[in-house]
Design a protein around this ligand. Structure first.
Ligand SMILES: [Cu+2]
Length: 204
C-alpha cells in the first residue's frame, strides 16, 4: 500500500500528537493534603477535624441534599461532623425511644424538640464555628458540628490519619480541632499536583 503526500502529513501529525499526549502529564489544578493527628489527651486519635476555614474571596455552594447525623443506640452518629456553612443537616431518630436535639452554643442556639423513631428534623448551619449538640433526654449524648467556610475538611480515623482531596493550589491556614485538646493551626502552601504531608500533635 502506498500513501500519498496528504496521508504522509496526516500520519506524521498523528504521531506527533500521540507523543505529546503520552509525555504531558494530566494537569489538575489541585492537590491532596494528608497526614496524621496525634491527640495526646484522648483515648485514640479519631474524630479530630482538619480543615481550611477560609479562602478569602471564595464562597462555596453547600450540598443540595441534607447530611445525616443519626441517633442510634443512645449515640449521635457520627460524633463529629464537619460541614460547609449553609449545609442542611438531617437529624433522624433511629432508636425505639424518644430523643431530643438541641444546641446550647450561643452562635447557633436551637432546639428541635423531643421526637420518636422514624422522625427526621432538620437544621441549617448558617454560621461558622464549633457547635455542640446535646439531647435533653439523655445527658450522656453529645456531638459536634464543625461549620467551616470551605468544603476542605477531613476527620481523622483511630490512627489519626486524614486525607483531604482536590484542594486548589494556594496559601492557607490549616486548622485542627478535637473536643479534648487545644485547637491548633499551621500555615500551608498547596502546589499543583503535589500531595502535602502535614502532621500535628494536639495537647491540652
Ligand atoms: Cu437522647
Amino acid at each position: 500500500m502506498t500513501i500519498g503526500r496528504q496521508g504522509w502529513w496526516c500520519s506524521m501529525f498523528g504521531a506527533l500528537l500521540l507523543s505529546i499526549l503520552a509525555t504531558t502529564p494530566p494537569r489538575l489544578d489541585a492537590s491532596n493534603i494528608e497526614g496524621q493527628v496525634v491527640v495526646k489527651t484522648a483515648r485514640d486519635n479519631s474524630n479530630a477535624v482538619v480543615y481550611i476555614d477560609k479562602i478569602p474571596g471564595k464562597t462555596f455552594t453547600p450540598p443540595s441534599a441534607p447530611i445525616p447525623l443519626d441517633q442510634v443506640n443512645l449515640t449521635f452518629v457520627p460524633h463529629v461532623l464537619p460541614v460547609l456553612v449553609g449545609t442542611k443537616v438531617a437529624f433522624p431518630n433511629s432508636d425505639d425511644i424518644r430523643h431530643n436535639v438541641f444546641s446550647p452554643t450561643p452562635s447557633s442556639k436551637f432546639n428541635l424538640g423531643t421526637y420518636p423513631k422514624a422522625t427526621t428534623k432538620y437544621y441549617v448551619f448558617n454560621k461558622s464555628g464549633t457547635i455542640t449538640l446535646l439531647c435533653n433526654v439523655h445527658a450522656e449524648m453529645s456531638a459536634y458540628v464543625i461549620v467551616t467556610d470551605t468544603p476542605y475538611f477531613a476527620v481523622t480515623d483511630k490512627a489519626g490519619n486524614f486525607s483531604m482531596k482536590n484542594v486548589p493550589a494556594g496559601k492557607y491556614v490549616l486548622k485542627v480541632w478535637h473536643e479534648k485538646a487545644k485547637p491548633t493551626s499551621m500555615p500551608i502552601i498547596v502546589e499543583d499536583n503535589r500531595t502535602v504531608i502535614t502532621n500535628f500533635e494536639l495537647k491540652r
